[in-house]
Design a protein around this ligand. Structure first.
Ligand code: F6P
Length: 520
């Protein structure tokens, strides 16, 4: 039976089993005892996937629960749904689009499910080659020192996160700036330090209609001309699937992509141009290769040894059966500072849905809240709540074994802290009493990369994409649309002229009052 025809997940037999299992687990599950009693627990809940090792053994889960989760995934049709995505079916049903970001990282000439996909892959590589050749030209152009990416959401978070993460591979004489907010302070702060002749503006927008990006692009162009810049063709490029609109804006250097690349899945496309300029063509290809290795793993490994599937199912278990509503991301690498923000969009824009794919209201929870900061900083801020607060928040530690710097002592201190926090959350200190009492038994996962390289980062990001796919698939939602962002955009368009005119007619009393104050 196709995924779309399956019953809702809460009507499947495995759902009932998991509910029963959660009842017995809630009364006194202790992960410390589980680890002490079962020498097989760590190997059972550890896994080496491409580039990423995971230890899931500190989670509130046992073999029986995980097997029931695998049954749930099978009964919900997740593997068939996954195969439909890779085969180019229009699984984004509300927009009638295929979902093929995985094709962006498939090696040239890899045989695809249909001749159409073979042709699409050839186009992907032709565009990639042109984009990377351009990136290399920019890198070789000694005059261009500052590259400004103007984009928002998926046209900002992915490239920004990766450029920062791979800073160790970038040449220090070239600076990359990311401007996303319509708040002019952001663009102004960048422009104040630039000269037109040494700047390159990349206007990154899939639709080329996003209000913030268009406002920033217009202001950047006006600044460029005002400051004496003349060669727009040389100093502006567009990354967009709306080639017409980019041309109409006056840009001739346009790198396109396709409607089957979702914004939050687009860093592998032309949207990745700032990454390629930062790290070079060869390393950009390594980023793609790392993601592709994870794609193959997700596609080919049995569920029992499929890391994205195991993580996504753990997310379902926590959200729907144990009632945990958030997950804290703790990257123990300062270059991964933007990873939590990136993952927020990936997960919350994909799975923050309250209706199923047919539009029927769901009686169960979907996307958790994702949040976090790099360790060890978070330890001195909100880890207090993780250790002693009233809510249980599963933590995802992400550590990197080898550093790219040679400052003595730092890396072992960093790694010791990551280990110690995971240990402290679990072990607690239950015998101290009162304010010093740590209940312990708090769940965490530990992901480990050998080094932070383009390849390992590609694999890590694809891992996260596919775990989001897995939970969204079980929940029966369309993870690839984002209707929830529309209403605010429409209302902002209505309010903006009212700020000038003062017209408050038809507004609620609160909005009208605030409007008057903002005008005053
Ligand atoms: O408003 C949300 C959103 O549509 C995201 O999904 C997307 O990544 C972002 O806006 C930017 O869109 P675009 O690339 O079309 O400017």
């Amino acid at each position: 039976m196709a995924w779309a025809d399956r019953p809702r997940c809460d009507q499947l037999p495995a759902w009932g089993q998991l509910r029963a299992l959660s009842q017995s687990l809630k009364t006194g599950y202790d992960v410390r005892a589980a680890l002490a009693d079962d020498p097989g627990r760590v190997p059972r809940f550890s896994q080496q996937a491409p580039e990423v090792f995971a230890d899931l053994s500190k989670n509130w889960i046992d073999a029986g629960i995980e097997n029931a989760l695998f049954d749930l995934a099978e009964q919900a049709g997740m593997p068939a749904h996954r195969d439909a995505m890779f085969a180019g079916e229009r699984i984004n049903n509300t927009e009638q689009r295929a979902v093929l970001h995985t094709l962006l990282r498939a090696p040239a000439g890899t045989p695809q499910a249909t001749p159409d996909l073979d042709a699409a892959l050839a186009e992907v590589h032709a565009t990639l080659d042109a984009m990377l050749a351009y990136a290399e030209r920019v890198r070789a152009d000694g005059q261009i020192t500052d590259i400004v990416n103007i984009g928002i959401g998926g046209s900002d978070l992915g490239p920004q996160m990766v450029v920062r993460a791979l800073d160790a591979y970038a040449a220090p004489e070239r600076r990359l700036h990311f401007v996303s907010n319509v708040d002019g302070h952001e663009l102004d702060a960048v422009l104040r330090r630039l000269k037109p002749e040494s700047s390159l503006f990349l206007i990154a927008s899939k639709t080329f209609t996003t209000a913030e990006t268009m406002a920033n692009a217009r202001s950047a162009l006006a600044w460029f001309q005002r400051e004496g810049g003349s060669d727009v063709a040389r100093h502006f490029a567009a990354l967009s699937s709306n080639v017409e609109a980019a041309r109409a804006f006056g840009i001739t250097n346009i790198f396109g992509f396709w409607d089957w690349v979702g914004g939050r899945y687009s860093l592998w496309s032309a949207i990745g141009l700032p990454i390629a300029i930062a790290i070079g063509a060869e390393r950009f290809r390594e980023l793609l290769a790392g993601a592709h290795a994870m794609d193959r793993h997700f596609r080919e490994a049995p569920l029992q040894a499929n890391l994205p599937a195991r993580l996504g199912l753990l997310d379902v278990w926590y959200r729907n059966f144990l009632g945990f509503t958030s997950r804290s991301i703790a990257p123990y690498h300062s270059a991964l500072a933007r990873l939590p923000a990136y993952l927020q969009q990936l997960e919350m824009e994909s799975n923050g849905k309250r209706v199923d794919r047919r539009g029927g209201a769901l009686p169960y929870g979907t996307s958790p809240v994702l949040w976090g900061e790099p360790g060890t900083n978070g330890q001195h801020a909100y880890f207090q709540m993780l250790h002693q607060g009233t809510d249980v928040v599963p933590v995802e530690f992400i550590a990197v074994r080898e550093a790219t710097h040679s400052l003595p002592g730092h890396q072992s201190a960093l790694l010791a802290n990551a280990l110690a926090q995971a240990q402290a959350l679990m072990q607690g200190k239950p015998d101290a009493g009162g304010h010093r009492d740590f209940p312990g038994n708090r769940p965490s996962s530990f992901l480990l990369l050998q080094q932070l390289t383009p390849r390992s980062l590609g694999a890590l990001v694809a891992l996260q994409e596919h775990r989001v796919f897995t939970s969204g698939s079980v929940w029966g939602i369309n993870s690839f649309d984002q209707w929830g962002v529309e209403l605010g955009k429409v209302l902002a368009k209505d309010i903006e002229p009212r700020l000038a005119s003062g017209d408050a007619s038809g507004l609620d009393a609160s909005t009208a009052g605030l409007l008057q104050r903002l005008r005053g």
